[in-house]
Design a binder for this molecule. Structure first.
Ligand SMILES: Nc1nc2c(c(=O)[nH]1)N[C@H]1C(S)=C(S)[C@@H](COP(=O)(O)O)O[C@H]1N2
Ligand SMILES: [Mo]
Length: 329
């Protein structure tokens, strides 16, 4: 993982609240209109142009409006406008397609995500293989605007669509011995071309402690900006735990397994001196090769201060009482 330092030029900030509320109104309107044409118009109207050749929402093959509600308490944070669709969909980490963030969208463009199943197994009373469209019916889709902080010290604000992972956990009824949840990405080198290389061990695996997985902030995300996830962002379903570094947010999940012991996870096993299992955002603990005190918000020039737990400390710090947070990346 590389890092680029940006110059310390103060950036002009867009008034978030007003802009977001407008977006929200437009989003509602577009959902009512319910047509791809209206959606294209929505993104042309609201989004700042991207700086590289952007994939626009308009030519996104999955260009459908997903149903959505904005849950109270999940608005864009003060002074932090949501990143544009173009930014979110054209600057990606998804090593199965490319290690170049700007190349992922192009390489993933024709990644087919229907049909798709997610097998949920392990220490549960009701193991089940869900068809993706049944999985989507487990709970109403909500829009959650979350900060997203990559361990490489860049960040975004992303309006996800999805539902709390807890709804799935409740549906399969974990056994008392289940203490961790393991999430596995698709392994199919024909469809994920970089899996023919050994840049990482495949498949990509991540995990959460069961209480983290049940936390109300933890999402299974199936969309962003009110539409299906683009392939490069982890279609058709990926994990989002906004207080953790981005690599915990495993993409294109095909298997979820409830286990007794802490599972091995891709980055923590690959470079244990650099990445940990917990990976809670912590400005006090530098990465061995760079500082984690500040971050570059994509679309801005000056660096922002990184917040403990990425700004979600009030909601999640109690999960870690008694743990030495400075020993968990
Ligand atoms: N399967 C898989 N999931 C993954 C990754 C990956 O390479 N493969 N990269 C992770 C990293 S490092 C980050 S920062 C986020 C990036 O998500 P985004 O491209 O939607 O912003 O996905 C995470 N999930
Ligand atoms: Mo990342």
């Amino acid at each position: 993982m590389l890092i680029k330092k940006s110059d310390d030029i103060p950036g002009s900030e867009i008034t978030d609240e007003k802009l977001y509320n407008n977006r929200r109104k437009f989003l509602r309107g577009a959902m009512l209109a319910g047509s791809v044409g209206a959606t294209g118009w929505l993104y042309r109207t609201l989004n700042r142009p991207g700086d590289t050749k952007p994939q626009s929402a308009e030519n996104d093959p999955a260009g459908e409006i997903a149903a959505g509600e904005i849950a109270e308490g999940y608005r864009t944070p003060e002074g932090e406008p949501a990143n544009t669709f173009e930014e979110i969909a054209n600057y990606n980490n998804f090593y199965e397609f490319s290690t170049s963030k700007q190349a992922v969208a192009v390489r993933a463009k024709n990644f087919i995500t229907r049909p798709w199943t997610v097998e949920v197994s392990g220490l549960v009373h009701k193991p089940k293989t869900f068809d993706i469209d049944d999985l989507l019916k487990l709970a109403p889709l909500e829009e959650r605007v979350y900060r997203f902080r990559c361990v490489e010290a860049w960040s975004m604000v992303i309006p996800w669509m999805g539902f709390p992972l807890r709804a799935l956990i409740d549906a399969v009824e974990p056994l008392g011995e289940a203490r961790y949840v393991k999430f596995i990405t698709l392994y199919d080198p024909k469809r994920m071309p970089n899996q023919t290389t050994s840049v990482l061990p495949w498949p990509y695996i991540e995990g959460l402690r069961l209480d983290e997985a049940r936390h109300p902030l933890t999402l299974l995300a199936t969309g962003l900006y009110g539409r299906d996830l683009p392939p490069q962002n982890g279609a058709p379903v990926r994990l989002v735990a906004p207080w953790k570094y981005g690599f915990k947010g495993v993409k294109s999940i095909v298997q979820i397994v409830f286990v007794r012991d802490k599972p091995g996870t891709t980055w923590a096993d690959y470079a244990p001196n650099e990445y940990g299992f917990y990976a809670n955002v912590n400005p006090q603990v530098d990465h061995p090769r760079w500082s984690q005190k500040r971050e570059r918000r994509i679309g801005e020039w000056s660096m922002r201060k990184t917040l403990p737990f990425n700004g979600y400390a009030d909601q999640v710090a109690s999960l870690y009482s008694g743990m030495d947070l400075n020993r968990q990346f």
